[in-house]
Design a protein around this ligand. Sequence first.
Ligand code: HSE
Length: 350
Amino acid sequence: MTNIAMIGFGGVGQALVEILQEKRESLSNRHGLETKIVAVADLMKGAVYDKNGLDIEVLLECVRKDDSVETYPDGPDVVKGMSSIDTIERTNAEMIVEVTFTDVQTGEPAITHCKRAFASGKSVVTTNKGPVALAYKQLKALAEENGVFFGFEGTVMSGTPALRMPEETLAGNEITRISGILNGTTNYILTEMEQGKSYGEALEQAQSYGYAEADPTNDVEGYDARYKVAILANYLMDTPLDYKEVTVEGISGMTVESVKEALQNRQKWKLIGKVERQEDGSVVGSVQPERIDETHPLAGVNGATNAILYECDLLGPVLLTGAGAGRKETGFSLLIDLIHYQKERKLQTS
Ligand code: HSE
């Protein structure tokens, strides 16, 4: 049984808990994954802990009805109002699901949460980009030192396996270049502009569908994709790359005329994030709008869908495409990390 503490309980955290509940039987039968949510701590919704496990249906009902977890019924072992740090360090959770609202520029509070969890011998799965883009090496070393698991599949392309697929299934290849459509909001805007919508109208629609970040500047100016490029370099190319070294240009200057003019020439504008190995072994990263031929593998990727192209020395180009955002899709990224955690744990004990 894996005892889980949820640090942050917004849409993605709730989606994970719903999935764990809906798929309880098959997760146990097929993957040996049995979980108990013992604690939730959220800055806005409060905190609740029961060492015996919380009743999921009741917990979700409290959030839906009251937007708080502190209306959860009292009980002999129910403790309310603990801080996030206390929840990480002092509950009987062995797995911390870190899905707080984090400032990606500082990576906080997620970086501190990861550090405190690892130092307490607890594992972490997270969808927050900050810890991986800003402090991957340090956090990886800390997790290893403490013999715990660090999962972050959802930081790039939500549950689409942009990190684990190349790391595991393409292992043995040297990946020399990665390029992709790493931001759904901007791809959605560009696709809508091809149909004649103005930039402003398309952005508004992307916000209403929930694709955009809280501050859409992060999407349209390419900053979100820049963090993802840094994660790809650090994790998949094993080469430190500060996100500030990734050159960035967004799509806010794009006009319907230039999008249409490209289409007439059988080309498309796409915001491409790229990381490339140089001859001296270093890597160079960039995010910029690129005009690509309609025959290019990334040209047919429309709407909020993401895609990533890995150039491998043995296998050649490999294209992976799928969701890049969404409540359930990102909730699934946490689930797949938990399944891998379970697999590793089983290997260690067998
Ligand atoms: N705002 C992001 C996007 C979502 O549009 O792709 C997840 O990073």
